[in-house]
Design a protein around this ligand. Structure first.
Ligand code: NZQ
Ligand code: ZN
Length: 384
């Protein structure tokens, strides 16, 4: 186990009727920018309920609607302008990862004298941030409890992750009933995203971080158990609650403590989204099994065997056979979640593989196995 420092300052209010904690925003001032997406919160009543609590608490509320999935820098610039002109004290995200990520960059952009895109490509420029609050409406990215944001400029086929300790939300409200209305396709994509975060952390070469590996396996088993239940019964509280807490725990730093962890599948997927504007979790579901196949070798087969035995109960065969069965079981789970398994299903061909692989390779550091541009092209090809 390697040395580490762990600090998650986000207060989590988890469960039914936690929305009343919106009144706690008063701690950060009077003026709030309320950021949301394309209208799901209006359809399910969350917009009206949350606005009432904020107004009853005496907060002055400004709004930024229309955050897109794969959020765009253009919309974030609008948010920064509102913060500056209205002298906003804090930013509240009500939505999924796209809304929360946007709120983070808006909150930092409001304190930065320049274009917020600078903060996306140069995280080191983030030195100040308005307080960030979130009401999570979909179990997926973990942005509600992490320090990352992923923003796109699709006019230039750019999608990049940025990060800062200032991005940790001050408080997040996680009410699983708010995810009952998440459509089937987004529920599946969210589960694939959480699974990928867990696997990106889990597949590392450190044998001594035993506890973190077992925690990761617990999250994986929870996803495998509750993912299909949430698809069949969207209002199953236990399923939605367990998935929601998995979302936060998979990426809040807990699983990567004590090991050298580098993510490989995410940089590849971000290129697919940058060029084709696809749903993040669907891209991950397609690439993950092919990454696992590519990475398998005799030195790291032990990790696959742990995965096979502890997550899927696969014990029969040689180590290599067990490893391959685990990859097959991963694919089968994604199929059961009705996720796509080939890039062609999403209308992606090999036209941009070269440039996408070059950019993805630039984002891969210290991964489970080294990933060159050519390696990434071969993973893209296998995924066609
Ligand atoms: O826009 P609305 O109308 O709200 O609809 C959204 C959107 O269409 C809908 N939705 C969300 N909650 C709902 C709901 N529909 C009905 N009922 C609800 N309760 O779902 C759609 C997708 O929303 P989005 O926020 O885009 O989903 P997600 O949470 O999966 O976020 C994806 C974005 O996060 C980035 C991804 O790359 C992508 O841009 N990521 C952020 C990370 C982070 N901050 O740490 C890490 C991830 O790896 C990821 O890269
Ligand atoms: Zn992800």
């Amino acid at each position: 186990m390697q040395n580490f420092t762990y600090n998650i300052p986000t207060i989590i209010n988890f469960g039914i009727d936690q929305l009343s904690h919106l009144a706690d925003l008063r701690e950060s001032g009077d003026r709030v920018l309320y950021v949301y997406g394309g209208g799901s919160i209006k359809a399910n009543g969350l917009y009206d309920r949350s606005m009432k609590i904020l107004r009853d608490a005496g907060l002055e509320v400004y709004e930024l609607a229309g955050i897109e999935p794969n959020p765009r820098i253009q919309t974030i610039r609008e948010g920064v302008n509102i913060c500056r002109s209205k002298m906003v004290d804090m930013v509240l995200a009500v939505g999924g990862g796209s809304v929360i990520d946007s709120a983070k960059v808006i909150a930092a952009g409001a304190c930065y004298d320049g274009d917020p895109w600078d903060l996306v490509i140069k995280p080191e420029l983030i030195s100040e941030c308005l307080p960030i609050y979130t009401v999570l409406t979909i179990a997926a990215t973990g942005s509600e409890m992490d320090t990352f944001a992923v923003i796109s400029d699709l006019t230039k086929n750019e999608k990049w992750g940025t990060w800062s300790d200032f991005f940790a939300p001050r408080m997040s409200i996680l009410d699983p009933t708010l995810t009952y209305s998440v459509p089937r396709r987004q529920t599946s994509a969210g589960v694939a995203d959480i699974m990928s975060h867990t696997l990106e952390n889990y597949f590392n070469n450190e044998k001594g971080a035993y506890l973190q590996a077992r925690l990761a396996e617990g999250i994986l088993k929870t996803l495998i158990n509750y993912g299909p239940i949430a698809l069949e019964q969207p209002d199953n509280y236990e399923a939605r609650a367990n998935l929601m807490w998995c979302s936060s725990l998979a990426i809040n730093g807990l699983l990567s403590c004590g090991a050298s962890v580098g993510w490989g599948v995410h940089p590849m997927e971000h290129e697919l989204s940058a060029f084709y504007d696809i749903t993040h979790g669907e891209g991950l579901a397609i690439l993950t099994p092919h990454f696992l196949e590519f990475a398998l070798n005799k030195d790291n087969v032990w990790k696959y065997v742990e995965y096979a035995k502890n997550v899927f109960g696969i014990t029969e065969g040689t180590e290599m056979e067990i490893a391959r069965d685990a990859i097959r079981a991963t694919k089968d789970f994604f199929k059961r979640m009705r996720l796509p398994s080939t890039l062609s299903e999403l209308g992606i061909d090999d036209e941009y593989f070269d440039i996408m692989a070059e950019k993805a390779a630039a984002g891969c550091f210290g991964t489970f196995v080294e990933l060159t541009k050519d390696d990434i092209i071969s993973i893209f090809r296998a995924s066609l």
